[in-house]
Design a protein around this ligand. Structure first.
Ligand code: AMP
Ligand code: MG
Length: 403
């Protein structure tokens, strides 16, 4: 059995960012850049005022009281360029370009205006309240690297440099096959021998958080032929197929067999992790990927966040390092593990006065989905230790987008 990290290296060696497409900036949120974005001009493009006030020559401020004649006004968007000469000033508004001759802006709050004149009482440093041309970025400088995920600020940056169309990586198409003859849907009436399919809806929700809205799941009965046919069809249409259940060694666990019969190559099966031991990964032609996630809900979600979701991010163009983030956080309380394999324990973030910490959320078994409802993710407890003291740093893997 290989470790989860060794398994992730295998996934990473097969998952390549998908081809790039052109997209309008207004639709780009959630996509990863397939090109670098550079400044098409300096930012700010010219020296401009950071305040409402008066554009003056600093030399004129040496006299007390200083009274200057207002010779004009420049507002944001105005092309007026009245020249400021000795003894004069220009009324200026935030965002307006600094008129020629002026070298300082005095805030309106430090002045008094009266019939075409302005009195300045306080002292002001030379160059105050001016945003300099190019101080944020010089023309041609690199603003966003390829692989950057487009979110609020990145969309704003692109708009500021006139990037109305972007090259981004296509998002992967994902489908979910939930195996199990016992599965019924959330709308169905259920009998004692039946289970509601919780993995399908939970995985769809996790994918929607990632920008893959509208992913579908289907339930597939535990019949080998049905599963092979369904997998074949799925591999024709989707980049990633997530299977849940049927991946262990039971009589009706057909996933590993069916994956091979459908023409895919198994890259790993059985990992030194708890839960999630039977997790399987296979690849097919043309950058297609199959994840066999165990059926028990906590095992399925653990393996999904360890391997499948990071792989989906990689296909979507995230940099290899950004696909599978974990944070080192102190334990708010003691934790225990049986050791031997990496133990994934549900955990909740706690915002304490001295900083963020994690606390383990006890679960009864890997079927105990209810306990996951109180968790923000998992902590990963290394195999060579069984007791963990409060304050010890542990790796935390978030299972949901965090504020
Ligand atoms: P399996 O991995 O197929 O042996 O399933 C392990 C356990 O998880 C069994 O008790 C299944 O009934 C349960 N299970 C499998 N798939 C799902 C699912 N989609 N939603 C909820 N429970 C499931
Ligand atoms: Mg099953």
């Amino acid at each position: 059995m290989i470790t989860p990290d060794a398994a992730w290296s295998i996934v990473l060696s097969h998952a390549r960012p998908l081809e790039s497409i052109s997209i309008s900036l207004t639709e780009a949120s959630g996509y990863c850049l397939a090109e670098d974005v550079r400044a098409d001009r300096s930012l700010p493009p010219a020296d401009r005022s950071a305040m409402d006030g008066y554009a003056v020559r600093h030399d004129d401020l040496q006299r007390r009281p200083c009274i200057l004649r207002i010779i004009g006004e420049v507002a944001a968007g105005s092309f007026q360029r009245p020249r400021v000469k000795a003894g004069t000033c220009v009324r200026i508004l935030t965002g307006a370009n600094i008129p020629p001759g002026a070298d300082t802006v005095v805030m309106v709050e430090q002045t008094q205006e009266h019939t075409g004149l302005v009195t300045i009482r306080s002292s002001v440093q030379s160059g105050s309240n001016i945003l300099r041309q190019g101080e944020d970025a010089r023309k041609g400088s690199l603003l966003l690297r390829r692989g950057t995920r487009m979110d609020t600020a990145q969309v704003g940056v692109c708009a500021a440099v006139g990037k109305a169309t972007l090259r981004v990586h296509r998002l992967p198409g994902v489908t979910i096959l939930c195996t199990g003859s016992e599965l019924r849907s959330a709308h169905d009436r259920v009998q004692a021998h039946e289970i509601r399919n919780s993995n399908g809806p939970a995985l769809c929700a996790a994918l929607a958080d990632e920008g893959l809205v509208g992913t579908k799941f289907i339930s597939v009965a535990d019949r080998r032929r049905t599963l092979v046919a369904t997998l074949r069809r799925a591999l024709r249409c989707y980049d990633v197929v997530l299977c849940t259940g049927g991946v262990s060694a039971g009589t009706y666990d057909f996933v590993s067999d069916a994956v091979e019969a459908a023409g895919a190559t198994i890259r790993f099966h059985w990992l030194a992790m708890k839960p999630g031991k039977p997790t399987l990964y296979a690849t097919a032609h043309k950058n297609r990927h199959i994840f066999g996630l165990p059926g028990n809900p906590l095992s399925a979600l653990t393996a999904f966040h360890e391997f499948a979701l990071p792989a989906i991010r990689r296909l979507a163009g995230h940099s290899a390092e950004a696909c599978r983030t974990a944070w080192l956080l102190p334990l708010a309380d003691t934790a225990e593990s049986s050791g031997g394999r990496v133990r994934y324990e549900l955990a909740r973030l706690v915002n304490r006065p001295n900083g963020l910490a994690v606390v383990a959320v006890p679960s009864r078994s890997s079927a105990d989905l209810v306990s996951a409802g109180h968790a923000d993710g998992v902590i990963m407890l290394p195999p060579d230790q069984t007791r963990f003291a409060a304050g010890q740093l542990v790796a935390f893997r978030p299972w949901r987008p965090l504020p």
